[in-house]
Design a protein around this ligand. Structure first.
Ligand SMILES: [Zn+2]
Length: 492
């Protein structure tokens, strides 16, 4: 089997990779898609089940209203149009963890179509990636192949996941590089998290991604044969798997072979994909309309009602943070990657004197210390009030940036809030003007050459005297008072 390693750049440059993504997202509804069973990760095997999700004869599905509302919210957030009347279909196939023998899905009339997401291409330009459709369907159960004493000879089935509501989001084959794939997925996840329709937890399988990858000679009229890389459980691995798959296919073609249409699995330990099963050109799922569910009608009024819950989305928020708080584009981008971080920033920014200072403290100081401690934002010992206090003190020049860092270090080391540590360890500061004036006089007397420069018009020399007095005061002079007095004294 060929292992693709280090193809020459001029060979890679002959080919155009073409990538499309299918993303399955579990919705955070309280109950399953078509029955009243709890929709919850984990639980003892086969305890969240009933005749409907077990597929027992005669049990009828009833569509979960919240699942529809979440699907509409997710679809609009990625720019899709909502189809007023969509239809559920049966997708027929046998799999042990799907007891009905079919999956309820949507086929020719999905609930939403024609969306797009922007990514940045290799030349740094923004380009839209088309989203063909978003449709609703149900998840299957799980086959458990490991972890039992007799796992060598048996596979167990857990049907707790069976009937969990999903949306599948299918992109156009508009992606061209593994980096674009990574960015598309990152943005998609960010948007879905903002809407709150899913926790997008990849480890628990709430977000799963399959990538269809093919390569063709640049300028060729038709796409090459695609292979599907399935169920990779992190975006980093998907990027690696796509990169690997592109090189593998080029190598196959370059050595005179033919790419086979197949499903492949990523092995993160070895950094390569493996053939899982070959695929017929087209599956025959014998789709037909689900006879037990009426067509789904999302009226305009219902849609309006659902969309009233649409939050501000990351892209819009980024632009607003720049405009409203004069943040840099970079800071605004970082603050909006996580809705909670953005919320906290805005709360603090409204209470503080300088929003930029708040952003700097949150992004450089707090997040860095959280990362070192392996903590989430909620685990920070420094509260938002603490961040506001720290920002105001730094802004007013009452603490230097070095003192700020020391105080925050102490907060994290002792697990205490900023106000507590500040009132206890408050850096000694001389604000008494006569004491500072005496120090300035000493500095002026000791540096006649610099005084002459200042008098000669070089006013930046004032900073030199500020530095001298700081040294004389062992860093304890109040910088705001000092700055003002130095200039006054030198001008006298
Ligand atoms: Zn059930």
């Amino acid at each position: 089997m060929p292992v693709a390693v280090g193809l020459a750049p001029e060979i890679l440059a002959k080919y155009q990779p073409v990538i499309g993504l299918e993303v399955h997202v579990q919705l955070l509804t309280k109950t399953k898609a078509f029955c009243g069973c709890k929709n919850e990760y984990g639980g003892d095997p086969n305890t969240h089940t009933c005749p409907t999700c077990l597929g027992l004869p005669g049990a009828l599905p009833v569509l979960n209203r919240q699942a529809v509302e979440y699907a509409v919210l997710a679809a609009r957030a990625i720019g899709c149009e909502i189809r007023e009347t969509s239809v559920f279909s049966r997708k027929n196939y046998f799999y042990p963890d799907s007891p009905k023998g079919y999956q309820i899905s949507q086929f020719d009339k999905p609930i939403a179509e024609n969306g797009s997401l922007l990514v940045t291409d290799a030349e740094g330009r923004e380009k839209p990636i088309g989203i063909t459709r978003l449709h609703m369907e149900e998840d299957a159960g799980k086959s458990l192949h490991d972890g039992f004493a007799d796992s060598a000879t048996r596979t167990y089935i857990d049907l707790n996941r069976c009937g969990t509501p999903l949306v599948e989001i299918v992109s156009e084959p508009d992606l061209r590089t593994a980096d674009e794939v990574f960015e598309y997925l990152t943005k998609l996840k960010e948007i879905l998290l903002y809407t709150g329709v899913s926790d997008c937890n990849m480890e628990e399988g709430s977000l799963r991604c399959d990538a269809n990858v093919s390569v063709m000679l640049k300028g060729a009229a038709a796409y090459g044969t695609k292979a599907e890389v399935k169920n990779v459980n992190s975006f980093r691995y998907i990027r690696a798997a796509v990169e690997y798959e592109i090189e593998r296919q080029i190598e196959v073609i370059e050595s005179g072979g033919r790419v086979v249409q197949e499903s492949r699995l990523w092995n993160s330990g070895e950094g390569r994909t493996y053939s899982m099963r070959s695929k017929e050109q087209a599956h025959d799922y014998r789709y037909f309309p689900e006879p037990d569910l009426p067509p789904l009608v999302v009226s305009e009024a219902w849609q309006r009602d659902i969309l009233s819950a649409m939050p501000e989305l990351p892209e819009a928020r980024r632009a607003r943070l720049v405009a409203q708080y004069s943040l840099s584009a970079q800071d605004a981008a970082t603050l909006t990657t996580d809705r909670e971080l953005g919320d906290k920033f805005e709360q603090a920014a409204k209470a503080a004197k300088s929003p930029r200072r708040v952003a700097a403290i949150l992004l450089s100081e707090i997040t860095a210390r959280l990362r070192v401690g392996g903590l989430e934002l909620g685990g920070s010992p420094v509260t938002l009030d603490g961040v506001v206090l720290a920002a105001d003190l730094a802004e007013a020049g009452e603490i230097s940036s070095k003192q700020l860092k020391q105080l925050l270090d102490t907060c994290f080391a002792e697990g205490q809030d900023f106000a507590h540590i500040y009132s206890r360890d408050k850096p000694q500061q001389i604000s008494d003007t006569s004491a500072i004036e005496a120090l300035i006089d000493a500095a002026i007397a000791a540096n006649p050459a610099q005084v002459a420069q200042f008098k000669g018009g070089k006013r930046t020399v004032a900073a030199f005297f500020v530095g001298q007095v700081m040294k004389l005061s062992k860093g304890q002079a109040n910088p705001a008072v000092l700055n003002e007095l130095v200039v006054r004294k030198l001008d006298a």
